[in-house]
Ligand binder design. Structure first.
Ligand code: DX5
Ligand code: ZN
Length: 218
């Protein structure tokens, strides 16, 4: 089963409540929330109060993608704000294994993300511990960027390793996902597709989600 996670980075930030409610009725499976600190990535977005506010407008799981330095300092705040999945970047964690277990001990799903320039081997030693690996298919920081095709081989590699050590592992992809690139990432082994511009950049969100889903499942 393919999950589609509309990313509110491309939504109208002044109307987030109605934007996430619309993503839910339009067939989204998770709501993807991009947290940026202006240090790990060259952009600043939102923090726990906004996650809390968004959580009051949807029943969908909130998939919180932390693009921040020292994420261990904020995990309990995002959990309290209503996150269901918290993903940290391997590049931002000195003690990655510890941070993953910090997330799991709060009863949440734990994810680890890797940038396009980071090898798959960066997550090899935590594959048994995590619920999800997020393979960035653009350099994080902004919506609406072009998909980087070389990332496909990492998806394939991680799926191969996971088949041996953690068959239930979810692989999420984030960046440049559209009806054109969805079939590529799914055939490589992805099962959660984040889509920002491809969903919130269109007025008909239901049609956008349906088109990505149909392309992914074809
Ligand atoms: C980028 C974010 C993405 C972003 C994707 O740093 O992590 O979640 O919203 O946007 P699109 O789908 O427009 O590439
Ligand atoms: Zn993201």
């Amino acid at each position: 089963m393919i999950r589609i996670a509309p990313s509110i980075l491309s939504a109208d930030f002044a109307s987030l409540g109605s934007e996430v409610a619309e993503a839910e009725v339009s067939g989204g499976d998770w709501i993807h929330v991009d947290v940026m600190d202006g240090h790990f990535v060259p952009n600043i977005t939102l923090g726990p109060p906004i996650v809390k506010a968004v959580s009051l407008h949807t029943k969908l799981p909130l998939d919180v993608h932390l693009m921040i330095e020292s994420p261990e300092r904020y995990i309990s705040d995002f959990a309290a704000a209503g996150a269901s999945v918290i993903t940290v970047h391997a590049e931002a964690c000195v003690h990655l294994h510890r941070v993953v277990h910090q997330i799991k001990e709060l009863g949440l799903k734990a994810g680890v993300a890797i940038n396009p320039g980071t090898p798959a081997s960066a997550v090899r030693e935590v594959l048994e511990d995590v619920d999800m690996i997020l393979v960035m298919t653009v350099n994080p920081g902004f919506g609406g960027q072009a998909f980087i095709p070389n990332t496909l081989r990492k998806i394939t590699q991680i799926r191969e390793w996971a088949n041996e050590v953690n068959p239930d592992l979810l692989i999420e992809v984030d960046g440049g996902v559209s009806e054109a690139t969805a079939p590529l990432v799914v055939s490589a082994g992805a099962d959660v597709l984040v889509a920002g511009n491809a969903v919130f950049g269109r007025s008909d969100r239901a049609a956008a989600i349906l088109e990505i889903r149909e392309a992914a499942e074809a």
